[in-house]
Every structure is written in structure tokens, then in C-alpha cells.
Ligand binder design. Structure first.
Ligand code: BGC
Length: 441
């Protein structure tokens, strides 16, 4: 080792152990004749190498497509903090119902993980911020330049009283309709740029006549029926009216909401019989494997397509009647009050909020990066389509994924939609939601 190298490695170790301050490091670096970029790199290495201990990350990313995407975030973190042990505390269950129940128990018992997955909007605000479970992370928004890096809708979705409480990692589009190209071709069906509800019914009749279920449904996950209905609502009432049901300006038993429920009932005529036993990802697998024609799903379905290398097999269009709308399902992570490893947790947020981690994660997850400066040119055709929709279409918050309504209303919607799968009773469905809305403050 040359003496210059030795001094440099001493310098890095010194920064790492906290013996050398940033100021001294700058002086000693200059004396060694180091350029400013080389010096910043040395400081970064010193600082990151200093981190140890563990980092417990809580999510519900366990499906064949979700797990590798989560791993890519862990990999991005491990590149900078190789000595931190990452504990993957994911709990299975699409849409996060089971995970969220466990998390509430942990939070109420004063036993938070180091960071957890949630959605922007009401889920974050009502479930965690207002309950006092999350720290404000304004300092990270400033140091990382996130106020400029994220679109206004995403910053707003994590802000309460001027303080930010989470950082977005990806933006899912909740109103996708995925199809198997060959199954449709065998039924003589062609899907164009958009699909109306009537075109869907004609296509579904043609597929059903070939003996294959036209619609794959995996309703074992609580969110699936609710999400199908919210997409029918957008289709029936349009993007301008959809938010008015959640604000109470429109009533859940009006003609629009009833028409949406009736269309949902019609679509249910085409689903696989075993739907209540299947999670969402098994329903996507039915489409990938040619055992059904269509599946209505947020674009985490594309994560399954990527994981199975089925990009040429599966096509997509907006859920019938919802072209022109982009249903926002934005995954974000928090900094808990009393995080066991607060510094590791803050570094986790910095990593997942970075351009490079988001460019690695989102191609696998099916979402587009939450950052505006991410480069989509190397992403799939689907991602570019979704990116164009995000830029041009009406952005609507999902209720099935907790953004548009309170946790209590979301639960009422889940229960009502699950019951509807069996009863197809529009009146009861509408009245249940009217009651749930009347309990909202
Ligand atoms: C999350 C997605 C996840 C999906 C299915 C949604 O609530 O936002 O990231 O893939 O649930 O589990």
C-alpha cells in the first residue's frame, strides 16, 4: 500500500468510527491532494461502512412477483450498508389485510418494526400519523430533494399539517384488465386500445362459448372484490363523479352506484367457480397459463408476468370503461416513533427514495417509479404505457387500497363486496355503503 493509500484508508476508517469529523476529513483530504468527488466518495464509504445492527422491514410482498421486487430494495440497501442485517417481516395476504392487522397489534403494543409499507392518503393519515405512530421526515424531504423529485399528488398524499410522514417507492395503476392473447384469439376476440363494458360482455360471451372462464377472479384476498367494484364505479359514473361518493356529495344508493353494482354482478357471471379459494396471484396465473381470458387487477399483476417471463403471452387494457383514468395505488414506507434502529430506518428511506433503487425495483414490481426524474426508456412497453397514462389521465385514489376512504369505510366496502359475490343483491350492497358513509365524520 502506498502511503497515500494508507492515509486514505485511515481517513475512511476514521470517518466510519466517528473519530474524524467531516471538517477534518475535508482538510486531510485536501492535503492528500484528493479531488472533491474522490473525497465525497471516501466520506460516503466511511459513513455507510459505519452502520451495523439490524433493520426490520414490514410489508405484504410475498407473491412470486412481489418477493423479488422487495429483494431488489434489500439489495440496493445492502450495497451501501453491507453490515446491517435485514429482517424481512413480510406477512402474506394480497392488499395487506392480514399484515395490517398484525401491524396494528404491534404498534399498539409499542413494538414497531423499523419501517412498514402503507399507502398514501387516508390509510397513512388515519391508520398511523393521526394515531401518533409515525415520525415526520421533513428533514429527509429537504436533504434528499424529495419535494421536487416527487409529483405534487404524492407529496400531498404523505403530508399532514405541512409535515411529511412517508416516502413513495412506486406508483401502481389499479385499473388494469389483463388478458391472455391466445385465449382471446381462439375465441375470435380482438381487444383494441380500450374496452367498453358492452365490448367486454360480447368478448366474455365469446370466450365462455369456448369452455374457458372469461374472467379469472381470486377473491380469497379481501381487496379483490372491492377493487373490482371501485373500477365498475369509475366506469359507470366517470372520473369526475367517483371522488364525490367518498366525500359524501353523492349517495351510495344513487343510480350511478347501483349501475356499477349491477355491472359487477354481470361480470360475476363469467368467473371461475373456485374464486373464493384463490389469492389474487393465482388468478393472474390462470391468465398467464391460458386457463382464463381476463383478470381485473392493479399492475402488480405485471410483476407476476415479469416473474414468469410471460410478457409475450399477456396483453392489457384499462378495466372496461375506465380508459382516461389512472387509479392510484402508491406504496410508501414510514419512519416509526420509537424505531428500534432509527438510523438504519432513516437510511432505508433514503435508499428506497433514490432514483437508482426505484429504477431497479419498479420494473420487477409492475409500478412506475414515484420519482419524476426516473428514466423509463429502459422499462417495458407496459411501464411506458402506464407512465403515459399517469401523465395524461385523471388521477383517482383507490378505496380498496385505503387511499380514498377511512380504514373503517374500507373495511365496510370489503365486507359488502365479499357478501355481494354470493348474493348479487344490489339493494343490500347499496344500503350497507350508505350506512358506512353516514358513520364517517
Ligand atoms: C399494494 C401492492 C401489492 C398489492 C397486492 C397493494 O395494496 O399496493 O404493492 O402488490 O396490494 O398484494
Amino acid at each position: 500500500m502506498t502511503s497515500q493509500n494508507r492515509e486514505l484508508s485511515d481517513l475512511i476508517a476514521g470517518i466510519g468510527s466517528g473519530r474524524v469529523t467531516r471538517r477534518d476529513a475535508l482538510k486531510r483530504g485536501a492535503a492528500l491532494g484528493l479531488s472533491v468527488p474522490a473525497l465525497s466518495m471516501a466520506m460516503k464509504l466511511g459513513e455507510t461502512a459505519a452502520q451495523s445492527g439490524s433493520l426490520e422491514i414490514f410489508s405484504w410482498w410475498t407473491s412470486p412477483g412481489e418477493a423479488p421486487a422487495l429483494q431488489s430494495l434489500f439489495d440496493s440497501y445492502a450495497e451501501l450498508y453491507p453490515d446491517v442485517e435485514i429482517v424481512n417481516a413480510a406477512i402474506a395476504g394480497g392488499g395487506g389485510g392480514p399484515a395490517q392487522a398484525v401491524l396494528q397489534t404491534r404498534l399498539q403494543g409499542g413494538n414497531p418494526p423499523d419501517s412498514w409499507q402503507t399507502h398514501i392518503g387516508r390509510e397513512l393519515f388515519d391508520g398511523y400519523v393521526n394515531a401518533g405512530f409515525t415520525e415526520a421526515i421533513n428533514d429527509l424531504y429537504e436533504s434528499e430533494g424529495w419535494l421536487e423529485a416527487f409529483p405534487p399528488a404524492l407529496v400531498e398524499g404523505v403530508t399532514v399539517d405541512g409535515n411529511q410522514y412517508a416516502v413513495g417507492v412506486g406508483v401502481h395503476r389499479g385499473n388494469g384488465y389483463w388478458y391472455n392473447r391466445e385465449v382471446l384469439a381462439n375465441a375470435g376476440v380482438e381487444v383494441g386500445e380500450t374496452l367498453s363494458f358492452d365490448e367486454f360482455v360480447a368478448a366474455a360471451d365469446a370466450v365462455a362459448a369456448t369452455g374457458v372462464p372469461a374472467v379469472a377472479l381470486g377473491s380469497a384476498d379481501g381487496f379483490v372484490a372491492a377493487q373490482y367494484f371501485e373500477n365498475e364505479l369509475i366506469s359507470a359514473v366517470g372520473p369526475e363523479n367517483y371522488p364525490k361518493y367518498f366525500s359524501g356529495e353523492l349517495a351510495w344508493d344513487d343510480d350511478g352506484a347501483r349501475a356499477a353494482a349491477a355491472n359487477f354482478a354481470k361480470a360475476l357471471e363469467y368467473v371461475n367457480e373456485d374464486h373464493s379459494a384463490l389469492p389474487w396471484s393465482d388468478a393472474v396465473a390462470m391468465v398467464i397459463e391460458g386457463r382464463a381470458a381476463f383478470n381485473s387487477m392493479g399492475d402488480w399483476a405485471y410483476g407476476e408476468v415479469v416473474a414468469k417471463g410471460a410478457q409475450d403471452v399477456v396483453g392489457w387494457v384499462s378495466h372496461p370503461g375506465t380508459a382516461g383514468s389512472f387509479v392510484l395505488v402508491v406504496d410508501c414506507f414510514t419512519l416509526p416513533v420509537g424505531a428500534p434502529n432509527a438510523e438504519n430506518a432513516a437510511n432505508w428511506l433514503k435508499v428506497i427514495g433514490s432514483k437508482s433503487a426505484q429504477e431497479a425495483f419498479n420494473p420487477l414490481k409492475g409500478s412506475i417509479p414515484a420519482r419524476l426524474d426516473a428514466d423509463l426508456s429502459g422499462f417495458s412497453e407496459y411501464h411506458q404505457w402506464s407512465g403515459a397514462s399517469f401523465a395524461a389521465d385523471a388521477l383517482l385514489h383507490s378505496a380498496a387500497h385505503g387511499q380514498a376512504a377511512s380504514p373503517a369505510f374500507k373495511q365496510a366496502l370489503y365486507d359488502a363486496a365479499l357478501a355481494f359475490l354470493v348474493s348479487k343483491d344490489v339493494d343490500t350492497f347499496a344500503m350497507t355503503l350508505v350506512d358506512a358513509q353516514s358513520s364517517e365524520g
